[in-house]
Design a protein around this ligand. Sequence first.
Ligand SMILES: [Zn+2]
Length: 126
Amino acid sequence: MEYKVGRYLNVCKYTKCGKDFYGRSNRHYCTPKCKKLQNNGKTKLVNQEAKGSDQKIRKAIRILIDIFKPDKDGKFIINWVDLDSKSFPFDLPTIKIKDDRYNGTMSGVGSYCFYREEENFIFYKI
Ligand SMILES: [Zn+2]
């Protein structure tokens, strides 16, 4: 991160903007408008991926959209401590899913499915 007279060079997180701007290191958007547009976009994405479900599912989906970074096989592994640190609602309602990618039953939530393997949770996109 480049530093200049008390301000950092940031890149606007609104995907359709992406402009460079100077501000505090924790500022993510060049303008309040960009922040609003990005959040509107995110709510839309959460609605799509949660398929209009309850609050816990929506919360889980909101977290997953931020952290889900699959490997080349579409698999995303996260330690339960890291997931817990994001306040992931572990008691969320899920559906049972059988899938070729795992020899067992996975839990489905919105457009994701997952299972637990010792200390880790393994997520896939459905
Ligand atoms: Zn912007």
